[in-house]
Design a protein around this ligand. Structure first.
Ligand code: ZN
Length: 304
């Protein structure tokens, strides 16, 4: 086909042209799988962990250290203090990218979403076939009795959130040093292996095992949408440099959706409380001397 040849010849596109080329591919595709990272949620106000403005570049404690398995057990109060303020975004809403993916699932074109994000926004947008390979902040479990708790329980608690039975409530989020859920991985890899089109978006693919998920893809079109280069660009049929929500939709569809007023008020209350708490805490100050960090890193390295 002539169009395909054209796409292959000049394969790195800016947003507007890229959108057109992507639509052509989508029109021909029957089994699309979307593999997304932090860049999918930035338009919802959730910072990208590894980008220039992301959490990793901020001053203060090293997030990879605090968000590790060993730190969780060493200093759970410190973990939750950090977790509430930097990983929970109760006011975040699905953006145009999430909404377009919901639409594609309704059309039965999109067979699955594999996401590295823990914000739950794809499910909030209504998608059913979502593989959250790093877990989700919306699933929290008592470590003793297994009882379920919503994000709000963790958000509204102080210190270490506890179950009625006395057990610690742990978010079902994959921490550094922890393995991924094998069932989620198997499902995600199966979807990818059966796809005719794989869209990899908003991820630099710098974290393993993210990149390994792409290895099983044998379909026709590999589309990469990202602001920066990725290791998958070379293999890709189409590379688009830009914001995910801008490539997936045209501008008229990028407005915010309205929110239930009750929910809006609740979210405002959460947001106010988080703002009140946002000054650096004593625990956070002690992270700065580095001794805890070294201890954690040593433990994590041994575990790997
Ligand atoms: Zn319990």
């Amino acid at each position: 086909m002539k169009k395909e040849t054209a796409v292959r010849r000049k394969k790195v596109f800016p947003e507007a042209e890229g959108r057109q080329a992507l639509e052509e591919i989508l029109a021909r595709s029957r089994r699309v799988v979307f593999f997304g990272g932090a860049g999918v949620s930035t338009a919802s106000g959730i910072p990208d962990f590894r980008s220039a403005e992301g959490l990793y570049r901020q001053t203060g404690p090293d997030p990879e250290m605090i968000l590790s398995k060993s730190y969780f057990y060493l200093d759970p109060a410190g973990f939750f203090d950090y977790y509430r303020r930097h990983l929970l975004y109760p006011r975040a809403r699905p953006n145009a990218a999430h909404r377009r993916l919901w639409q594609l699932e309704q059309e039965d074109k999109l067979r699955g979403i594999v996401t590295q994000n823990i914000d739950g926004l794809h499910r909030l947008a209504g998608n059913q076939r979502v593989y959250e390979i790093h877990g989700t902040v919306h699933d929290n479990r008592c470590m003793d009795c297994g009882a379920f708790f919503p994000m709000e329980t963790v958000l509204n608690s102080r210190g270490i959130p506890r179950c009625r039975c006395g057990g610690v409530i742990k978010p079902s989020v994959v921490l550094y040093g922890e393995g991924l859920d094998p069932y989620v991985c198997i499902g995600a890899k199966r979807e990818i292996s059966q796809a005719d089109t794989l869209i990899v978006a908003g991820t630099s693919l710098s974290v393993e095992p993210a990149a390994s998920f792409l290895e099983g893809f044998e379909g026709k079109n590999l589309v990469v949408i990202n602001r920066e280069k990725t290791p998958a660009d070379r293999r890709a049929t189409l590379v688009i440099r830009g914001g995910v929500e801008k490539v997936l939709t045209d501008e008229t569809e990028q407005e915010e959706t309205t929110m239930d007023p009750k929910r809006e008020q609740q979210e405002q209350e959460w947001a106010d409380r988080i703002d009140e708490d946002s000054e650096e805490t004593e625990t956070e100050k002690t992270y700065r001397d580095g001794s805890l960090a070294n201890e954690c890193w040593a433990q994590d390295r041994e575990n790997v």
